[in-house]
Design a protein around this ligand. Sequence first.
Ligand SMILES: C[S@@+](CC[C@H](N)C(=O)[O-])C[C@H]1O[C@@H](n2cnc3c(N)ncnc32)[C@H](O)[C@@H]1O
Length: 433
Amino acid sequence: MSHIFLSKKLASAKRSPSERKGIHTWHPYYAGYSEAFVTSAIEYLAINKSHILLDPWHGSGTTALVASRYKLRTIGCEINPVMNIFSTAKSGFLIGQGKLIEKLSQEIEDRVLDSLSEDRDDDCLLDFMSESLSRGIRTLYLALNSYSYPQTPLDTRLFKHLEKIPSFFNPFEAFFKSALFITARKLAGYKGGSNPTWVKTLENKAEYCIEDIVAEWLRVVDCMIDDLHSAVIPTLDNIIHLPISMDSRKLCIHSNSIDGIITSPPYLTRIDYAMSTRPELLIINNSSFLRSIREKTIGAPVIFDKTIKVNPIWGVNCLTVLKQVETHSSKAAQSYYLPNMLQYFRDVELSLRECIRVLKPKSQALIVVQSSYFKEHEINLGQIYTEICRNLNTQCEIVNREIVRGHMAHVNTKSSLYKNAKVYYEDVVCITK
Ligand SMILES: C[S@@+](CC[C@H](N)C(=O)[O-])C[C@H]1O[C@@H](n2cnc3c(N)ncnc32)[C@H](O)[C@@H]1O
């Protein structure tokens, strides 16, 4: 175990109760870190207005939200388009645009009421909602796709760092689509279970006419306008925060171009990020699209590649854990856990290589990770990330450590067998290129 340099400068990554209100309720994201942590991380890295900040695992967009308060430019890469839609909808550009948003939503309402989509017996949304609701949601989604939104001015300095111009969402479109996702969950009556990644379906699916669906969507739009105003984001006259659909294992960003990274990857807790947005991914597209996003999501509890071999570059700590799994007596250790972990560490290695490649020399990355357990064996993820980065020829230390309560590993009921007396850590790993 290497020395841990405890830093006074970094705030806790755990969200406070106030971060479960307003814009945070749009898509309650159990995996998000705190705004206070991002604020302290920005200071720690001394990011200023001439810099570009990157979050390669952008999630709900906490990094960009906080950065936009200081008018700092961010690129956020995220594999799940649902998360990109929600984070684009929080753009400071939309602050002060309440009247325009209302006008556009009324125009969209008029179009929708004239054009109901056809019924589809094979619609994958029928797993989650009634025929009339899925038909109304599809109609509204199509209208949002075909509407011509006002152009939004983008800070072109953001593009300079990208190898090609990516597709990204117009903030108005993202705002209305986020409202549609919220409406769909509300009307379908989804309930959160003990495991937030599984969306529970209801036995009795309520029927709605299109007028009711649109009226609810307009109510959600109104509430979201209020939420944006209370989110303490300054009004921005151009877009300085670019959430893009990009895989952290292959960043289309120029080498040596990024001034700092603040991020948090998926942990080794079998949290199924893609499945937690299953209804939304099915609204955007269909079951094969959902599968393709799940396949690219690091840490998904499914095995897509059984050919991966242990790589010594992952370090002693990681190799010890993998040996413990390989030789464990439990039934699924070799057939499921080992290939799943090999997949995870291969993906983490590829992503860390990319983070290091795109950072400018001497620039730093702050990465929040949590430890977990395989049965009785601790998986000290902070230490493993540190060893991988050192083996990739960078300086790397754990600069902050906290003990975590209410760990996500406990949503998996089988692991509760081992849960007593376990200590979980949330570490902040600092890489210096
Ligand atoms: C711990 S969450 C990040 C939460 C974020 N810090 C926030 O406050 O909302 C990790 C994110 O990584 C994303 N992710 C997983 N695999 C990815 C990949 N290959 N490329 C980019 N993003 C990925 C997941 O979809 C998830 O949103």
